[in-house]
Write a protein that binds this ligand. Structure first.
Ligand SMILES: C[S@@+](CC[C@H](N)C(=O)[O-])C[C@H]1O[C@@H](n2cnc3c(N)ncnc32)[C@H](O)[C@@H]1O
Length: 254
């Protein structure tokens, strides 16, 4: 079974998926468009979360293409004429072989201890010539660029506490830095990748992502209520600037 630290906390995941979509969708769409995705492609979106990528893909491959979107929690995923929603654990579940022109997974393998096995499973679900696209974080670069010294310390404490929780739950914190190499090791061809570190200002999608993530694990963070409230203020204030997690992507074809 896969694990997902942020699932089943009783808190809504909607703000997290909204922040991910605002932060990452534009880059995802450019990357996937560059592969030539168009009418007729058969696509698999793994761990589709809030569904924004699956919905976009469904429009791009219509009318004759098809998108299968999976997740262990499908409550936000919508069936449409050319979209099949599958409640599916990518670790333990079976995938069809030789089936897809495009398999895309964003910030899913990061969480899964069996990530390299899953990657091979995704590869095998591609038809020959089909593309595997992974987008992942390397969480290690995040640094504070602008904040008062005590506030900067608080931001780094929250970062370190979050990373410890992720690590304990089986995430690989610098997985993003390894994805291109892992695609090559899996025997994929035409492999390339990119890595981007941004500046996230308080109130931006990136800082909203940090804030919503912290809210989801509030009970496990070693912070007083005042410290936690201050952290949320800092993540909303334009006076705060952090350098982001590195946003890494890699693609290769079978
Ligand atoms: C950080 S979210 C990313 C969501 C979406 N891919 C995005 O980038 O907006 C991780 C997603 O992976 C899903 N997930 C976690 N473990 C999974 C598993 N074993 N199989 C399928 N999906 C999984 C979670 O439910 C969640 O929707």
């Amino acid at each position: 079974m896969g694990t997902y630290l942020f699932g089943g906390t009783g808190e809504s995941l909607d703000p997290k998926f909204d922040a991910l979509s605002s932060l990452l969708d534009a880059g995802t769409f450019v990357r996937v468009e560059q592969l030539g995705v168009s009418d007729g492609w058969r696509c698999l979106e793994v761990g589709g979360g809030g569904g924004s990528v699956a919905t976009w893909l469904a429009d791009v491959v219509a009318p004759s293409g098809h998108v299968t979107v999976t997740d262990i929690d499908v409550t936000r995923l919508e069936e449409r004429d050319n979209v099949t929603v599958l409640e599916h654990d990518v670790v333990s579940g079976i995938l069809p072989g030789n089936a897809f022109d495009l398999v895309h997974a964003r910030l899913v393998l990061f969480y899964l201890p069996a990530r390299e096995l899953v990657l091979r499973k995704l590869r095998d679900s591609l038809r020959p010539g089909g593309w595997l696209v992974l987008e992942e974080f390397d969480c290690l670069p995040l640094e504070v660029l602008a904040a008062a010294p005590d506030d900067a310390k608080l931001i780094m404490r929250v970062k370190n506490a979050l990373l410890t929780l992720l690590d304990q739950a089986g995430a690989e914190l610098a997985w993003g830095a390894r994805i291109e190499r892992t695609l090559l090791d899996a025997g994929l061809h035409d492999v390339s990748g990119s890595r981007e570190v941004q500046e996230w200002e308080g109130g931006s999608a990136g800082c909203r992502l940090l804030a919503t993530t912290a809210r989801l694990v509030r009970a496990k963070l070693p912070l007083t209520d005042d410290e936690f409230d201050r952290y949320l203020e800092l993540m909303a204030s334009p006076e705060t600037v952090v350098s982001s997690y590195a946003i890494c992507s890699a693609q290769g074809r079978r």
